[in-house]
Design a protein. Structure first.
Length: 128
């Protein structure tokens, strides 16, 4: 069950991230960071939060908030690498990065998409 959730989450969030990063003209090799973050956050949600909070609804809500903030923090580290380079008395700033607000929007959009789409797919698989 966990592996199915991880694969489904990765597929959905990578698709969302691909469109978002392309719209911001950010290199798509940053998609690997989405994979890293999900491989860290999903087990924390499944095996820690859902286990330590006895009420499923409260655990689910707390877990979703935790995952959103956790992924935002990690993606802020990975995707916010603004660099400035000086070349022969000329300073060049890399503007190919996301702001913290854009990273939060990306994290929120990925998570709400995987929650809704993944939830629908899981229900369809369960009742089929």
């Amino acid at each position: 069950m966990f592996l199915r959730a991880l694969i489904l989450t990765l597929i959905i969030e990578l698709i969302v991230a691909m469109f978002y990063l392309k719209s911001k003209k950010i290199k798509l090799n940053n998609l690997k960071n989405i994979i890293y973050v999900n491989v860290l956050s999903l087990p924390l949600f499944w095996f820690v939060i859902l286990e330590i909070i006895p009420n499923f609804i409260m655990a689910f809500i707390a877990g979703e908030i935790f995952v959103l903030l956790f992924e935002w923090l990690l993606l802020s580290i990975f995707l916010r690498n603004k660099t400035t380079t000086t070349l022969e008395n000329e300073t060049v700033t890399n503007t190919n990065y996301l702001t913290k607000l854009e990273i939060f929007y990306l994290s929120f959009t990925m998570n709400i998409s995987s929650l809704l789409i993944g939830g629908i797919i899981s229900l369809l698989l369960y009742y089929s």
